[in-house]
Design a binder for this molecule. Sequence first.
Ligand SMILES: [Zn+2]
Ligand SMILES: [Zn+2]
Length: 262
Amino acid sequence: MTMLEYLKELLIAPRANCMGCGNVKGCERDWLCADCYARLAPLYMRNAARAEICAECGETYTGGVCGVCGRRKPETFVAAAPYEYDDVIRAMVREFKFHGVWRMSPWMADEMRRALDNAGIRDFTLITPVPLHFTRRFERGYNQSEKLALELSALTGVRCENVLRRMRATRRQALLSAAERRENLKDVFMALRPLDGETVLLVDDVRTTGTTCVRCAHALKEAGAQNVRIVTFACAVGYTSAFRKYRPDRGTKLQKIEKDPF
Ligand SMILES: [Zn+2]
Ligand SMILES: [Zn+2]
């Protein structure tokens, strides 16, 4: 944490609003009220933190034919996440991501570590975050995924290094269809050095359709990485099938996800 960040935290920290529901009456843990805290249901408690995602489209994959891209028995990547992307988690991630509320990050990373344990992912030799394009990083002043990657590195003792670069700024994924997402991210990520023999743990805050994660994973593999594992704080379980079912103009719950500027 830099001095500026520390000062910012110091100034922002005293607010007692719950980041889950906005409730101003006392927070159990400094960021969530007792009600929201009680509603947290980590996937690892249900032994469900592990997912196989289609390496072609990023959709959670259960076998046979991928329901989204139509690939038969596609290559998959193993991904883990401690939480589903529900209302409380979405509100927390928004504070974390867009308002620079860092005091949650050690807890978030610890939850991610539990998800990794639950998913049986322990073989990574290098941790790297999903990169932001430098213009967006400049606008925001930080990369939220890098914060989580560094915390995870401290927890696991595995080194963290920014080995990916985002070659150009891209349209916000949330506004695009699944096919447009794949096109939008084509050739966007590139590894900065050879990664021969490494098993890389890719870190992001949220996995919605999984497209960003699989595009990064391919870039890592192209650079010689032996394996790529993925961990995010939240994942939108079944997001893509829900996306196909509902249209954002019908005012369904998906509209909220649609409007999130990812
Ligand atoms: Zn609350
Ligand atoms: Zn697929």
